[in-house]
Design a protein around this ligand. Structure first.
Ligand code: 5GP
Length: 191
């Protein structure tokens, strides 16, 4: 997606060989015009899948997921990373390991919002080692819903998450795939 790649080049910053900072439009400040285009792109790619719900994870997945939900006219559910006062029972829970933080956390979603008849698109901002996506896929399975696929705004193709999901037969759509951040230079995979 050219508009996204342009934003990554102009506003993104490789903090190291592994980490990309995109606080200017996705992870802190949000560019709604770009998010709208991202939502349209996801909707177009998954329009024939009969999606009834989008599942993402707080907080940076919410903006692109809401824009995709707006286009597909389906509700968006976000998994919570922290304990909530109101979300206490009837929960679907999965463990998500963060290699960067070196810790494992539980994410949770209410059973009220994911039903066995749902066809679910899992969306997130980044796809790196794939642990967040795997946790969301696990929750879709626990709910008995059908998984339509996984969408990521930015996939770091040099990390194993995307290929690991594809090898499991999951459809993965990434709007920009970064092949390398070596020497703090951002390079994209040719499509
Ligand atoms: P994974 O579980 O695929 O390893 O990582 C997914 C999560 O880690 C994303 O939801 C994102 O919040 C965060 N993440 C991983 N790599 C990066 C990165 O290079 N930049 C930013 N901003 N977030 C990242």
């Amino acid at each position: 997606m050219n508009l996204l790649k342009q934003a990554i080049i102009e506003k993104g910053k490789a903090l190291s060989d592994e980490v990309l900072k995109v606080d200017a439009f996705l992870n802190h400040q949000i560019d709604p015009v770009l998010m709208e285009q991202i939502g349209k792109e996801f909707a177009e790619r998954f329009q024939r899948e009969g999606i009834t719900k989008i599942l993402t994870i707080e907080s940076s997945g919410i903006a692109p997921a809401v824009m995709a939900g707006l286009q597909l006219h389906v509700p968006v559910v976000f998994a919570r990373k922290r304990k909530s006062l109101t979300l206490v029972d009837n929960l679907l829970i999965a463990k998500v390991h963060s290699f960067t933080k070196g810790e494992t956390n539980e994410i949770s979603v209410s059973k009220d919002y994911l039903l066995d008849e749902d066809v679910v698109l899992v969306l997130d901002d980044f796809l790196a080692n794939g642990q967040a996506a795997l946790g969301l896929v696990d929750i879709v399975k626990q709910a008995g819903s059908t998984l339509a696929g996984v969408g990521s705004v930015i996939e770091k193709g040099f990390q194993p998450g995307g290929d690991m999901l594809r090898e499991q037969g999951i459809r993965v759509e990434s709007l920009a795939i970064i092949d390398s951040l070596a020497n703090k230079q951002i390079s994209f995979r040719e499509e």
